[in-house]
Design a protein around this ligand. Structure first.
Ligand code: C2E
Ligand code: MG
Ligand code: MG
Ligand code: MG
Length: 290
């Protein structure tokens, strides 16, 4: 009895860990169905001109609309997708939805480019640019409509195939953005090697901008981007104070909850039709992603 009682907490721990493992396993086992049943959807978040408040583009952010678990964010499933052999199918679903959205906005008179996040693994696939070109053709939108966001490409950019893929994408007329700039793998070495059009300052630095070190990082990133002739976008702008500070430092564009959370495609269109001006509150709370 004594032994059994002592064993109990251990058993409970083991059981809860098993349950978590089963949860993870279930998600990866469900991936083929998710692709087949079109459970991957895309929400769109405005990127705003900090001077005029105009929407200058929208970033497509993947969601898994899971029949039982509700909407899952990429941090819950992206790892599995990348390891699953379904990455190409997933990327194509995201790209198609993003380009279809841009085509719809275009048809409505709003020339809003759409930014799509690309897994670094796709840059190792020499057929990727052709796949993108054919999706552009299907959606009947010009290549300039598409911005491809890259991250973690430092090690990858040492490979010739990555240079070729990025070069081919650029040659198509697609814009490239370096995402999460300043963190981990997305840094100066990448910038020196990969010819991008746009730099996105990671929200970690924007959030900590009250600190002098972080403020210096933000300031020098803005200066660096501008001196290279790149569009600089600050990620994770949440307060009026941050917006003001960024504008003072010369940052032309921003994205974050202050301007709008990621939202379904029809809501973004409704927002454009209402005359979005980037004012806090210009998006009613009901338009926000829950
Ligand atoms: P990211 O590309 O840096 O996207 C910005 C993330 O910050 C999004 O998280 C967005 O919802 C969140 N965000 C935006 N504004 C704010 C803010 O003001 N405050 C805070 N706290 N967060 C904000 P999300 O949608 O969960 O995506 C996470 C990451 O997953 C993305 O980071 C991107 O790296 C990746 N991802 C998203 N969609 C795709 C996709 O279709 N393909 C690939 N390969 N990766 C994707
Ligand atoms: Mg991004
Ligand atoms: Mg980012
Ligand atoms: Mg980020």
């Amino acid at each position: 009895y004594q032994a059994k009682r002592e064993g109990r907490p251990v058993d409970m721990y083991a059981r809860s860990r098993d349950t978590a493992d089963i949860g993870r396993l279930a998600l990866s086992v469900e991936l083929p169905r998710a692709v087949a049943e079109h459970e991957f959807t895309v929400n769109f978040q405005p990127v705003v001109d900090l001077g005029t408040g105009e929407m200058i583009s929208a970033e497509a952010l993947a969601r898994w609309h899971h029949p039982q678990r509700g909407d899952l964010n990429p941090n819950r499933f992206l790892d599995y997708v990348e390891r699953s052999g379904l990455l190409a199918a997933f990327s194509e679903a995201v790209l198609d939805q993003a380009l279809r959205a841009a085509a719809a906005w275009n048809a409505d008179g709003f020339a809003v480019p759409v930014a799509v996040n690309i897994s670094p693994r796709s840059l190792l696939d020499p057929s990727f640019p052709e796949a993108v070109a054919s999706r552009l053709e299907v959606a009947a939108v010009p290549a300039e409509t598409l911005i491809i966001e890259l991250t973690e490409s430092l090690t990858l950019s040492q490979l010739d195939v990555v240079d070729e893929v990025l070069g081919a994408l650029r040659d198509l007329g697609i814009r490239l953005a370096l995402d999460d700039f300043g963190t981990g793998y997305s840094s100066l070495a990448t910038l020196a090697r990969v010819p991008v059009h746009e730099l996105k300052i990671d929200r970690e630095f924007v959030a900590a901008m009250e600190g002098s070190a972080e403020a210096a990082v933000v300031r020098s990133t803005i200066d660096l981007g501008r001196s290279l002739g790149l569009l600089v976008v600050a990620e994770g702008v949440e307060s009026e104070r941050q917006r003001g500070r960024l504008w003072e430092l010369g940052c032309p564009a921003g994205q974050g909850h202050l301007f709008g959370r990621p939202m379904p495609v029809h809501r973004l269109l409704a927002t454009l039709r209402r005359g979005y001006d980037g004012r806090p509150g210009a998006l009613a709370p009901s338009l926000h992603e829950s």
